[in-house]
Design a binder for this molecule. Sequence first.
Ligand code: OGA
Ligand code: MN
Length: 236
Amino acid sequence: MTTDRNKPHQPTRFTAADPTENHAALFSTIEQALHTQGYSVQHGALARHLAPSLRASLETTEQGLHLPAGFQQAGIGRQGSFSTNPDIRRDNTLWLENRNPAEQAWLEFAHALRLHLNRTLFLGLFSFESHFAHYPPGGFYKKHLDAFQGQKNRMVSVVLYLNQNWLPQDGGELLLYDETSSRKNSIRVLPTMGTLVAFLSEVFPHEVLPAQRDRYSIAGWYRLNTSSTNQVDPPS
Ligand code: OGA
Ligand code: MN
């Protein structure tokens, strides 16, 4: 037992998103960027309430940030083909559920964005899944696509960053490769609190450069429904 765990129960320090916060303008900015260039980077988009409350909710997990309770070493692939490969990625993940008001507010935000994208871009997004990711110092994720091989049903990826005061020398940038244009440039994003990135999962390879300090993010995916007569989606 640590002394922290013997402390009387503290009231939670986070609240749900500000109910007066109106995401309509943000949704339409994301939608237009996805439509014209396939990706969207919105600095500080959720820096006021949602991102800090998600970070705070993580800090209240049983053992705090240094031993994130419930985090597991991330793997590659799923089901039969799942494996951990520390040459490809070194991060720990924790699936987001509905454990507290912050997680609930994030899932509601993701749900509303899904409806907006379906209504405006006719994407037919069916479900959303997301996890927290913790990259310890030295953690990285090599260049990859988010759509699983043979199961190309991840359509839109979103990433939200949860790091206060992140400096360029802290590393850990997201590199998004735009290989659709002849310029083949890459976009570099610092994982700063509240920055929200969205991109088409099958189109943009990306990587996480080695972080020099603990780095927290949420990665999420909107999926299409791939049910067919002999397989019900999602697979059990
Ligand atoms: C991922 C991912 C990016 C990031 O988890 O698939 O690419 O910046 N994360 O955390
Ligand atoms: Mn990814």
